[in-house]
Design a protein around this ligand. Sequence first.
Ligand code: NAP
Length: 488
Amino acid sequence: MRTGSYLAGQWFHPSSTRTVRNLNPADPSDVIAEFPAASAADAVRAIEAAKAAVRGWRETPAPERGRVLWRAADIARRRAEEIAQTMTREEGKIIREARGEVTRGIAVLEYYAGAGFRIAGRTLPAEARDTFTYTIRRPLGVVGLITPWNFPWAIPVWKSAPALVAGNAVVLKPAELTPATAVILAEIYEEAGVPAGVFNLVVGSGGEVGSAIVDHPDVRAVSFTGSNAVGMALYARAAQRGAKVTCEMGGKNAVIVLPDANLEKAAAAIASGAFGSTGQRCTATSRVVAHPDIRGPLVEQLDALAAALKMGAGLDETTDLGPAVSADQLQTDLRYIGIATDEGARLVRGGRQHEALPGYFVEPTIFDQVAPGSRIFREEVFGPVLAVSTASSLAAALEIANGVEYGLAASIFTQDIDTALRFVEEAEVGMVHINEATVGGEAQLPFGGSKSTGVGEREMSEEGLHFFTELKTVFVNYGANGKPLSMR
Ligand code: NAP
């Protein structure tokens, strides 16, 4: 396997002696690769390489930049199974989900490839006579991308593709837990014809490499996805030096189920939202607010669905539920299960580590009769743990659903259009679903959250592209006589 860092068009061995051990969480004795960790000095070299390369890339016509992404999409399609298998091996998600993530990333590459033809400003009327006024969108320069481990392919793609097509040079720092998928992305961009220095990959720790990117004066924008603790600190630091920042952070996503809901459909969506990707999705369903009339049967159906899930290594095609990504995440899951039990929630299913499997496996876990104010109902666990509470009206359910610091996604199950639209209006989240799981995102749709989940622009879509540009307003005077400036 290649070494983890790619700088100025070269794969290189970072100078530090610290090694990143990339382990398979389904079987930690399976060492996928060992990378020499990059240092802060390597991050600075990457930023300098990006700075040297950005002018040539910015001057490349945008449709041509888009064609490079189109070629990247073709190469990714050719290497799709390898990307999916690498992702499953290093992150643990089941292979079906990994394949879905690869497909989603390819769609993002295609979407932004086309955007190369559409990076547009506006023409607007001028107050002054004989004056043509319009705006253009220009790239920012060097941008830093810092990504988490839970979508090792899709998130680096959905940040780098708009940054590149907009004409920026990129320094990507992937999570140390999942660098191998990012290595493939760098290889794909290299083969697709991204010029040397325009895309750089630096594999090292957040504290060292991430901080160096956040604090460097030549990095004009930082796009971060990860936890609130890291994101908010990083936001404050980068903003202090005037950099543009977008942070997509945690979630605690609720599903409201009303008495008129299709219960079977609701249960299936909740189970897939809660236990899919081992609950390690920012959009995972972690809370249910059920009407008392249907809570009992709903919990029974959820229990049956959880019981049917087969746990195991994600590379086994028959597996439904993979491991936690790391020993630390496993401990976090078990700690929260302990907290919920101490808080008096009723354990319906699960609650233990699956000792018979070699990796970091936690049973799919359901708690019922959970108090809305309890920690298990308010704090992000990031594991296969679902908490069920009740409310007897839409207003009460909304109050509970909105009563957390996060605001990423929420869903409602009802057959009533008025209720559904009231929910759309009142739910304090960036993404609302009706009669489906809280999960999902598409290339052309804005992705992100409100409240403490997100600051800055939404990702993917046109908004995701706009983040990586700045507007320039242009005044062209074609009159015969000059006018004093005070006329404007
Ligand atoms: P994390 O611990 O915050 O790490 C995210 C990235 O930040 C990693 O690359 C990490 O590097 C880096 N980092 C850590 N400390 C840093 C520092 N001081 N300066 C700069 N960078 C630093 O998050 P995670 O555990 O990887 O991901 C899980 C979290 O991501 C969850 O909260 C989840 O909800 C959130 N998430 C949100 C979205 C969304 O769109 N809202 C999507 C996916 C995930 P190392 O880990 O390599 O040290």
